[in-house]
Design a protein around this ligand. Structure first.
Ligand SMILES: NC(=O)c1ccc[n+]([C@@H]2O[C@H](COP(=O)([O-])OP(=O)(O)OC[C@H]3O[C@@H](n4cnc5c(N)ncnc54)[C@H](O)[C@@H]3O)[C@@H](O)[C@H]2O)c1
Length: 261
């Protein structure tokens, strides 16, 4: 037992690169993956967040400061994982930004493009550079963090919703290209989860009354509450592990029933 989790070493010997590894979902997933025997490399923007996090997780974790929108930096993150550990089994393409909560007609072009750049272009670059490495090894698992916003619309979040729908198309096209090479690619679709990102969306939806917005969002989830980063991390664990060896091209909801609406 480590970190209070039951561990079955489901990722023993595997190497995972986690983008957005300094954020709520990424950091929790890093801890879970390490507790299951993986070595992880965390890629995120700020060294001041990454450094203490890997120190806390221990020797199996390291970081590489990365802006996923920069092709050279994203390629370097993949290369660093391979240089440090000799292989790359899992890419958790998880970095994302919520953008502004604003009606479409008021959304600035620059703000819209920034969201697409991080959430779609950043994931494209991850796939572009991780897939050849995994193909050479004979396989690997790529898990893309989409969202309930990749399956449903949401007023005020047009850029975010567009980007998260786009990831489903990216995933499906990539699977048709590499499905016979042992590389598996799936998307996960969380409902609101207890992280910084939801605090930002709550405040954007109801400035100064984020708590009220939170209650309304939670009420739209059949389970009646937000999910936790741990609940998302366990979905990623299933897809990273060999338990999901025949799963590719799928969309995995972790949403307390929200997508049933
Ligand atoms: N929290 C939720 O309710 C929720 C729901 C569905 C999907 N998601 C998705 O889950 C993923 C993780 O979000 P989170 O909830 O942990 O939020 P978070 O804000 O805590 O984490 C996001 C991380 O991505 C990093 N990031 C942003 N731009 C980057 C860039 N250009 N290069 C590298 N890293 C960058 C941030 O620094 C941050 O650490 C995101 O893709 C998000 O869209 C979150």
């Amino acid at each position: 037992m480590k970190n209070g989790e039951d561990t079955m070493e489901r990722l023993k010997g595997k190497v995972a690169l986690i983008t957005g590894g300094g954020g709520g979902i990424g950091a929790k997933t890093a801890r879970l993956f390490v507790s299951e025997g993986a070595r992880v490399v965390l890629a995120d923007l700020q060294e001041s967040v990454l450094k203490p996090l890997v120190q806390e997780i221990g020797d199996a974790a390291s970081y590489v400061v990365t802006d996923v929108t920069d092709e050279g930096q994203m390629k370097r993150a993949v290369d660093v994982a391979v240089e440090r550990h000799g292989r790359l089994d899992v890419l958790f393409a998880n970095a994302g930004t919520e953008g502004r909560v604003t009606p479409l007609v008021d959304y600035s072009l620059a703000d819209f493009q920034r969201v697409i750049n991080v959430n779609v272009v950043g994931v494209f670059l991850g796939l572009k550079h991780a897939i050849p490495v995994m193909q050479k090894q004979g396989g690997g698992s790529i898990i893309i963090t989409s969202s309930i916003a990749g399956l449903k619309g949401s007023a005020g979040l047009s850029a975010y919703v567009t980007s998260k729908h786009g990831l489903v198309g990216l995933m499906r096209s990539a699977v048709l290209e590499v499905g016979n090479t042992g590389v598996r690619i799936n998307t996960i679709h969380p409902s609101p989860i207890e992280t910084r990102m939801m605090r930002s969306i709550e405040d954007g939806a109801s400035p100064g009354h984020g708590d009220t917005a939170k209650q309304q969002f939670a009420a739209s989830i059949p389970a009646g509450r937000y999910g936790t980063p741990s609940e998302v991390a366990h979905t990623a664990l299933f897809l990273a592990s060999d338990d999901s060896r025949f799963c590719t091209g799928g969309r995995y909801s972790v949403d307390g029933g929200m997508s049933a609406r």
